[in-house]
Write a protein of this length. Structure first.
Length: 686
C-alpha cells in the first residue's frame, strides 16, 4: 500500500499530460486534431479515469487507517531561507481527490453531448483537463506557497473557461470581471501569507498554527497583527468561494458553457476557497475574532444569495446564487468551529449541485430545439413549463437535486445542512436564525425553479413572454413577474420570431442524449445516499475526518431530543417554503406579481441584486476611470510639460552654444581672456 503513496503525484499530472498533449496538437496540427474530436476526448477521459482510480485507492488506504504521508524536496534555498515542495496525502486530501475526480469525469462525459456541435469542442476538453489538474494539484499541496501556485492556475483556467465563447461580449466581460475580482482576494492572500511567514518563519499549515499560538501567547506578536494577517489570508477564500462582498463574479460566470458552470460551482474553483479555510484552520482557530469574521461573512452571504435567488428567472443564474448561499453555509460552519460539518456539506453539495447544473444544461439543450441558440430565451424559466413530460430523466434527477438542497430527509443535503444549523445554534443563536431563514428561502426558490421549469403548461411558443424577455434584454423592465408595459410590447413586436428560423425548430423540447443523461443518473445516487455517512448517531464521515477519540465524545453527547427538535424545525421551514412555492407557481392560488407590487422595495432590492453591481460600477469602475482621467491630465500637462521643457531648454542652449564652436583658436583665446577679465572685475569690485 505504501507504493500507492509514492505515486500520488500522478493524480494531477495525468490530466495535465492530457491537456498538454491535446494543446500541443491544437497548436501544431490544428485541423487534424479537431478532426479527431472524440479521440481527444477519450484520451482525456482515460487519463482522468486513471487519476480517479488512484484517488479512490488512496481514499481506501486512508479509510483503513494509513498514517498521513508527506513527500517533500527542497525547491529553493537562499541563506536561511528554504522552500520545500511536494505533496501530502491525508484524510482531507483523499476526500477532495475523490470528489473532484468523480465530478470531473461525469462533467467530461456530459460535455460530449452538450458541446457536440461546437467548433471548439477539442479546446474545451483541453481546458477542462487543465482545470481539473490545477484543482487536484491544489488539493495535494503541503504548504501555502504551493497552494498559491495552483490557486492562481485555477483562476487562470476559470478565466479561459468562463470566456470560452470570447466572441460574445457578455462572456468576455464576465471572464474579465471574474479575473479582476479574484485578483483583489488573491492580493490579500499573498500579503497574508507573506506576513505569516515573517511572523512564523514557515509556510507549513500546522507549523504556522503552533508558532503563531506561541508568539501570541508570549506577547512576541500582538493579537491585532496576527488577526490582520489571518484576515488577509481569508480574503483569498472570500473571492474564490464567492463570499460577500467579492461574490459578484460568480453569477456572471454563467456566460461560460454549462459543463464548466457545473465544475466551477460544484467541485473546483468555489470549493478551493472552503478547502483553504479548512487547511488554514490550525491558524484561524487560534484567533477567535477571525473565526467570528469568517462565521458572520458566511452567514450574511448565505442569506444574501438566497434572497437574490428568489427573483431570478434565468435558470443558471438562479443556481449560481444558490451556490453562493450554500457556500455561505460552509464558511459559516468553519467560522463557528464546525469543521467536519462544513466539509460534509462541501461533499454533499458538490454532487447535488453538479447534478442541478448539468440538469439545467439539459433543459437549455432541449429548449434550444424550440427557441434557437439564444441564451435570453433558452435559459429563461418563464418560457419553460411541463418539461417533465418531454424530459422525464432530466425532470426526475432535477427533483432529486432540489429535494437534496432543500434539506428534505433522507436526501444528502438534510444531514449536512442540519448538522451545520445544529452546531451553529450552540455557537450563536443569531447566526442560527439567519441560517434557518435561509433554509426556508432555499426551499422556496428551488421549488419555484422546479415548478416554473417542469410544472404547468409549456410556454415556449408564447410570443408575449418572448417579448418580455427581449424587452428586458434591451433594458426595459416590467414591474413584476408577467407584467408588460406598452414599451415592452413595441420591443416584442420588433423582436418577433422571424429571426429565429422557426421552420427549423421543434414545437416541443426533447430529452437529452445518453451522454448527458447518464451523468445525471450517476450523480443522483450520491445525492440520495451519501448523506447517510453523516447520520449524527453514527457519523462515519466525522469519524474519518477527526481523530477517533474526538468522535467518541461526540457520539456519547448525542441527544435524540435535540436532533428531533433541530432537524424537525429545519424540515418544517423547508416544507413551509415548498408549500408557498407550490401555491404561487404550481397551483397559482397566490399571484406573485401582486405580492411583488405590495413589497416593491424588497422586490426590486432582490431583482437588482441588492444594487451591489451598481455600487461597484459607480465606486470602482467609474471611479477608477475618473482617477485614470485625472492621472492622464497630470501626465500630459505636468509630466509631459517638464519633459518638453527640458527638451526645449536643451534645444535653445544648444542653438546658442553652436555659435561659440567655430574651430578658430583665436576666438577661443578671446573667450578665455574675456572670462578671466570678467572674473577679475567681479572679484575686484567685491
Amino acid at each position: 500500500m505504501e507504493a500507492i503513496y509514492e505515486y500520488a503525484w500522478l493524480v494531477p499530472v495525468l490530466p495535465l499530460v492530457g491537456a498538454a498533449l491535446v494543446g500541443v496538437g491544437l497548436i501544431s496540427f490544428n485541423q487534424a486534431t479537431n478532426r479527431l474530436r472524440q479521440a481527444n476526448a477519450v484520451l482525456i477521459l482515460i487519463l482522468m479515469g486513471a487519476a480517479a482510480t488512484l484517488s479512490f485507492a488512496l481514499l481506501g488506504s486512508q479509510l483503513q487507517g494509513h498514517a498521513t504521508y508527506t513527500r517533500m524536496f527542497e525547491w529553493a534555498a537562499a541563506g536561511d531561507f528554504h522552500l520545500r515542495m511536494g505533496y501530502t496525502v491525508d484524510h482531507l486530501t483523499t476526500l477532495m481527490l475523490a470528489v473532484v475526480t468523480t465530478v470531473a469525469i461525469l462533467v467530461m462525459i456530459y460535455t460530449d453531448g452538450y458541446m457536440s456541435h461546437d467548433k471548439s469542442y477539442v479546446r474545451f476538453y483541453a481546458y477542462l483537463s487543465l482545470f481539473s489538474a490545477s484543482m487536484l494539484g491544489l488539493v495535494l499541496s503541503p504548504n501555502l506557497v504551493q497552494v498559491y501556485i495552483f490557486w492562481e492556475l485555477v483562476g487562470m483556467c476559470s478565466y479561459l473557461l468562463i470566456g470560452f465563447w470570447y466572441d460574445r461580449k457578455a462572456a468576455a466581460d464576465a471572464c474579465q470581471k471574474a479575473f479582476v475580482t479574484n485578483r483583489v482576494g488573491d492580493f490579500g492572500l499573498l500579503l497574508g501569507m507573506l506576513g505569516l511567514y515573517w511572523a512564523t518563519g514557515s509556510f507549513e499549515f500546522d507549523v504556522m498554527g503552533d508558532r503563531l499560538h506561541t508568539l501570541v501567547s508570549s506577547g512576541s506578536l500582538s493579537v491585532g497583527v496576527a488577526v490582520l494577517f489571518a484576515i488577509l489570508v481569508f480574503l483569498g477564500p472570500v473571492a474564490k468561494s464567492a463570499q460577500f462582498p467579492l461574490h459578484v463574479w460568480l453569477p456572471d460566470a454563467m456566460e461560460g458553457p454549462t459543463p464548466i458552470s457545473a465544475l466551477i460551482h460544484a467541485a473546483t474553483m468555489v470549493a478551493a476557497g472552503v478547502f483553504l479555510v479548512a487547511r488554514m484552520f490550525p491558524v484561524f482557530e487560534q484567533l477567535p475574532s477571525v473565526m467570528h469574521v469568517i462565521a458572520w461573512t458566511g452567514g450574511f452571504t448565505a442569506f444574501l444569495g438566497a434572497s437574490i435567488a428568489v427573483t431570478q428567472n434565468d435558470i443558471k443564474k438562479g443556481l449560481a446564487y444558490s451556490t453562493i448561499s450554500q457556500l455561505g453555509y460552509m464558511v459559516m460552519a468553519m467560522g463557528v468551529g464546525a469543521y467536519s460539518a462544513g466539509l460534509f456539506h462541501l461533499m454533499t453539495h458538490a454532487y447535488f449541485k453538479a447534478m442541478l447544473f448539468l440538469g439545467s444544461g439539459s433543459v437549455i439543450h432541449g429548449m434550444e430545439a424550440v427557441v434557437g441558440h439564444d441564451p435570453v430565451l433558452a435559459q429563461d424559466m418563464r418560457l419553460m413549463g411541463n418539461l417533465r413530460k418531454y424530459m422525464p430523466i432530466t425532470g426526475t434527477t432535477f427533483l432529486i437535486g432540489t429535494l437534496a438542497i432543500c434539506g428534505i430527509p433522507p436526501f444528502a443535503g438534510f444531514w449536512s445542512k442540519d448538522e451545520i444549523l445544529s452546531l451553529t445554534f450552540s455557537a450563536s443563536p443569531v447566526l442560527w436564525l439567519i441560517g434557518y431563514l435561509t433554509a426556508g428561502l432555499t426551499a422556496f426558490y428551488m421549488f419555484r425553479m422546479y415548478f416554473m421549469t417542469f410544472g404547468g403548461e409549456f410556454r415556449g411558443q408564447d410570443a408575449a413572454v418572448k417579448g418580455v424577455l427581449k424587452a428586458e434584454a434591451a433594458g426595459v423592465y416590467a414591474f413584476g413577474p408577467g407584467a408588460m408595459h406598452q414599451q415592452e410590447l413595441a420591443i416584442a413586436h420588433n423582436h418577433d420570431d422571424h429571426g429565429h428560423d422557426d421552420h427549423h425548430h421543434s414545437a416541443t423540447p426533447h430529452e437529452s442524449p445518453l451522454t448527458m443523461t447518464f451523468p445525471l443518473m450517476a450523480l443522483a445516487v450520491p445525492s440520495v445516499l451519501i448523506g447517510l455517512l453523516g447520520m449524527p448517531w453514527n457519523n462515519r464521515f466525522e469519524a474519518f475526518i477527526f481523530a477517533p477519540g474526538e468522535v467518541l465524545e461526540a457520539h456519547e453527547a448525542f441527544d435524540w431530543n435535540e436532533f428531533l427538535v433541530m432537524g424537525g424545525s429545519s424540515v418544517g421551514i423547508a416544507l413551509l417554503g415548498i408549500t408557498l412555492a407550490s401555491l404561487m407557481y404550481a397551483r397559482r392560488v397566490i399571484d406573485p406579481a401582486a405580492i411583488a407590487q405590495k413589497i416593491a422595495p424588497l422586490y426590486w432590492l432582490s431583482r437588482n441584486k441588492w444594487y451591489l453591481d451598481d455600487i461597484n460600477n459607480l465606486l470602482f469602475v467609474r471611479g477608477s476611470r475618473r482617477i485614470a482621467r485625472q492621472v492622464l491630465e497630470v501626465d500630459s500637462k505636468v509630466v509631459d510639460g517638464v519633459v518638453n521643457l527640458t527638451g526645449f531648454v536643451t534645444l535653445v542652449t544648444g542653438e546658442g552654444l553652436k555659435y561659440f564652436e567655430n574651430g578658430r583658436a583665436q576666438f577661443y583665446a578671446l573667450i578665455v581672456f574675456g572670462a578671466v577679465l570678467a572674473l577679475m572685475v567681479v572679484f575686484g569690485v567685491s
